[in-house]
Design a protein around this ligand. Structure first.
Ligand code: BTN
Length: 244
C-alpha cells in the first residue's frame, strides 16, 4: 500500500500530531514524522528524549480486527523495525527483540514503540503505532543501556530510515491482517532474547521473578513461577536476570 506521509518540524509528540490528523479524518496508512519532539513519551508514563537527528514516526492504522488483538501490532512494528535495521548493521552486530516491543542492537536499546488506540467496545476506531529510533542521539539519562546508529557507525538520515521502515511496517501489517499473528510470532521469536531466561516482570502494581517460559499465541508472555505455576502477562516490562 502507499502511505500518505506527513512530514513535520518540531512537534510535542508525533502521536499527538497523529491524533489531530485522525480528528480530521486521516485514513488508514497515514504516517507522520517530525524532526524533533518537545514532549515525546514512552511506555508506562516515561518520557522519550527527542532531540533533532533521530526518527520520530507515528503510523495511523484502522485495522479490521477486534480490540483484543491490538497489542499484536506492537510485535508487527518490532519485527518491521528489526528487518529494517538488520541489513544496515555491520558484521558482528546483532539486532534483537525484547518483550514486549523493545528493539536492541548488541543488547542495547536503540528504538522504542508506543501503541495508543481508541476502541468502542470490541470495535477498533484507530491505532497509532509510535516509533522512536536513536539515529544520532541516545538519551542523556538512560533507564536501560542504550545505543544509536551513529555509535554503530551507520550513516543514515532519519528520512531514509523512515522510507525503509514504512515499507516494512505496512508489509508486515498486511501479513498480520491476512494470516494472523502466527507468522509475526515466528518472526519475533527468531530474533527474541530472554525466552527461557529468568526475568523480573514489572507490572503496574506488582513485580515478580519468573522464567520466561514462552510467548503465547496472542503475544502474552507465559511466566513460570518458582513453584511451577504459570501466569500470563499481557502488558508489562521485563528485566533479564539470568541466561536462558
Ligand atoms: C518506549 O518507551 O520504549 C516507547 C517509546 C516510543 C517513542 C515514540 S517517538 C514517536 C512517538 N511519539 C511519541 O511521543 N512517542 C513515540
Amino acid at each position: 500500500m502507499t502511505a500518505t506521509w506527513v512530514r513535520l518540524g518540531a512537534v510535542g509528540s508525533t502521536n499527538d500530531a497523529a491524533r489531530r490528523l485522525i480528528a480530521e479524518g486521516a485514513a488508514d496508512g497515514t504516517v507522520v514524522t517530525a524532526t524533533e519532539q518537545t514532549a515525546g513519551r514512552g511506555r508506562r508514563g516515561n518520557t522519550w528524549a527527542s532531540p533533532p537527528g533521530n526518527l520520530y514516526l507515528s503510523a495511523i492504522l484502522r485495522p479490521a480486527a477486534p480490540a483484543s488483538v491490538l497489542g499484536q501490532l506492537g510485535f508487527v512494528a518490532a519485527v518491521a523495525l528489526a528487518e529494517t535495521l538488520a541489513p544496515l548493521l555491520g558484521a558482528g552486530h546483532t539486532v534483537a527483540l525484547k518483550w514486549p516491543n523493545d528493539v536492541l542492537v548488541d543488547d542495547r536499546k536503540i528504538a522504542g514503540i508506543l501503541l495508543e488506540c481508541e476502541t468502542a467496545g470490541a470495535t477498533v476506531r484507530w491505532v497509532i503505532v509510535g516509533i522512536g529510533v536513536n539515529v544520532a542521539n541516545g538519551p542523556a539519562v538512560a533507564r536501560v543501556p542504550a545505543t544509536t546508529l551513529a555509535a554503530l557507525e551507520i550513516a543514515i538520515t532519519p528520512e531514509a530510515l523512515a522510507v525503509g521502515l514504512i515499507d516494512a511496517l505496512f508489509a508486515w501489517r498486511s501479513v498480520w491482517q491476512c494470516d494472523g499473528f502466527a507468522p509475526i510470532r515466528a518472526a519475533w521469536l527468531a530474533r527474541a532474547i530472554g525466552v527461557g531466561a529468568i526475568i523480573r516482570v514489572n507490572l503496574e502494581r506488582d513485580s515478580f521473578e519468573a522464567r520466561f517460559a514462552a510467548l503465547d499465541d496472542s503475544g502474552a508472555l507465559v511466566a513460570e513461577l518458582p513453584g511451577g505455576a504459570r501466569r500470563l502477562v499481557a502488558a508489562g516490562d521485563v528485566h533479564l536476570l539470568g541466561a536462558a
